[in-house]
Design a protein around this ligand. Structure first.
Ligand SMILES: [Zn+2]
Length: 352
């Protein structure tokens, strides 16, 4: 088989592979199709509804510009119906990629500060979660994250909603937004409160700042997984710590290029992470905004790590292991993933 044919074969395999995604943002998953639906509900918004103009609008100069565009899409989420529509339609886009389980990073503060009552917000995502599971076969869980750029007021509000309302799908508590000028340790009290009610700690760290931020996330916020952790490989002691403690990394290759956190894919530290035996999971972050989806991220990882079908299956199982699914859920999804590889191997066209 030619290299091109083998790559096409692998892409077909990835498309059919049942997958879990652990690092993907709610508003950041709004595809042009979904943004157009939201913009149509709010014609006075400054976001274009034309697909070509949207593509240009989604081209980022740097991380600060990305945040600016992201926040203008946030501004389209104005009532509970917008929240329900967005959430359900995001699940529809996931179903098309055979994503079976996702821990979606949700930022309730962005909506409550715009006047959507907290309870209505939680009810809307929960309604969408139940419908997505029943109608689309996509199991959603939530990680509520603090938008770091909005300061401690947003941390207080996020912790309050997470601990007082605690919607049934909520499993994690995170921290996103810019890292420069937003030190992690100040968020410790809010993570302590979230962890006290059983939520898992999943902050972003080491995306746009160095390995010290990852250490801070581990030591002060009790991080159980690291969002990105791209700069971790700059510190051998940190690599050892992450490996010994089996702390998974939520790696999002294309995002890192789009936001200029990493200059080129060839320079992406995923190879060092993998070679060091770290638990690497593959994720899409804000897929339509970065012109990607989870299947494409798996293909990128396969190319960078020189993986075949068995290798990408192992990546898919890493995500299941690193998820907050219960043991039965992990076993069931793991078995589906194994089944996909077994069916591929049993196909006479793929026998060596
Ligand atoms: Zn992220």
């Amino acid at each position: 088989m030619s290299d091109t044919a083998a790559a096409a074969d692998l892409e077909t395999f990835i498309a059919g592979l049942p997958k879990a995604e652990l690092h993907v943002h709610h508003v950041g998953s709004a595809s042009p199709r979904i943004v157009a639906q939201l913009a149509a509900r709010h014609p006075n918004a400054k976001v274009p509804s034309d697909p070509q103009q949207l593509a240009e609008y989604f081209t980022f100069r740097d991380f600060a510009h990305f945040i600016e565009v992201y926040l203008s899409v946030v501004d389209l989420i104005r009532d509970a119906e917008d929240v329900r529509l967005l959430t359900y339609e995001v699940a529809r886009d996931m179903a098309r990629q055979n994503i079976r389980y996702a821990e979606l990073t949700v930022t309730p503060f962005s909506s409550t500060r715009r006047g959507i009552p907290d309870r209505e917000f939680c009810d809307a995502i929960e309604d969408a979660r139940k419908a997505a599971e029943a109608e689309l076969g996509v199991v959603l869980r939530w990680c509520f994250d603090i938008p770091g750029e909005a300061g401690l007021e947003s941390a207080e509000e996020t912790a309050r909603i997470a601990t007082e309302l605690q919607p049934a799908g909520l499993v994690g508590f995170g921290l996103g937004g810019p890292e420069i000028g937003v030190p992690r340790p100040q968020f410790k009290p809010y993570f302590d409160r979230a962890r006290a009610v059983g939520l898992h700690s999943v902050p972003h760290a080491g995306e746009t700042t160095g390995p010290q931020t990852v250490w801070d996330a581990l030591r002060h916020l009790g991080a159980e997984r690291i969002g990105h952790g791209t700069t971790s490989t700059q510190d051998p002691a940190l690599v050892d710590f992450l490996g010994e403690n089996r702390i998974p990394l939520e790696v999002c290759p294309t995002s890192n290029i789009a936001t200029r956190a990493v200059a080129t894919l060839e320079e992406h530290p995923i190879r060092e992470m993998f070679a060091a035996g770290l638990k690497v999971t593959i994720n899409s972050d804000d897929p339509p905004m970065f012109g990607t989806d989870l299947n494409h991220e798996y293909a990128v990882a396969a190319r960078l790590l020189d993986l075949d079908e068995t290798g990408v299956t192992a990546l898919a199982k890493n995500a299941v292991d690193a998820s907050f699914l219960d043991d039965a859920g992990k076993a069931a999804l793991g078995a589906e993933i194994d089944g996909h590889l077994a069916a591929h191997r049993a196909d006479p066209r793929h026998r060596a």
